[in-house]
Design a protein around this ligand. Sequence first.
Ligand code: IMP
Ligand code: MG
Length: 174
Amino acid sequence: MSRLVKLVDEEQIARRVQELAADIATTYAGEPPVMVCVLKGAFLFFADLVRALAGRLEPSVDFVRLASYGRGTASDEVKFLKDLETDIAGRHVLVVEDIVDTGKSMDYLLRVLALRGPRSVRICALLDKCERREVELSVDFAGFRLDKGFVVGYGLDYAEKYRELPAIYEVFPE
Ligand code: IMP
Ligand code: MG
């Protein structure tokens, strides 16, 4: 078992999701984006965010899955396991991620998407973890900032565990 320490509770998440939805709705007023959920980690955040947009914005939704092969919890190399089904040429795209850490996965995704001629690509991440950032990129809509530590819950996993937890925890393997 690992020890879990709660960092962000359900109420804080719910409030922040509403704030992000308000920002996103303002940014895209009249020009709904294709919202891209990066599986698996973003699935709960994405579901809440999309629902929070109801009545304010009518986005399309699509899903991608990236695999990163690295040592331990670092990601070294990135690959597409599931691609978009939507043609994003000329469309605004909002990529929704669970967490941007080194930035390598997001950088890969942004480079692939850019080749398809989108009108714009922006990033929304539940967590913006800056300490290990290796690629310069800015998160347009960030839920919470985190200096360091490995977090789980609300969709995020440690070895495929803890995704079901409704709050966000720092995990200390024992
Ligand atoms: P990056 O390519 O280093 O930015 O890594 C991004 C991916 O690594 C995220 O989409 C997560 O799937 C995973 N990841 C990085 N940090 C954490 C964490 O603290 N908890 C859970 N997953 C993480
Ligand atoms: Mg991820």
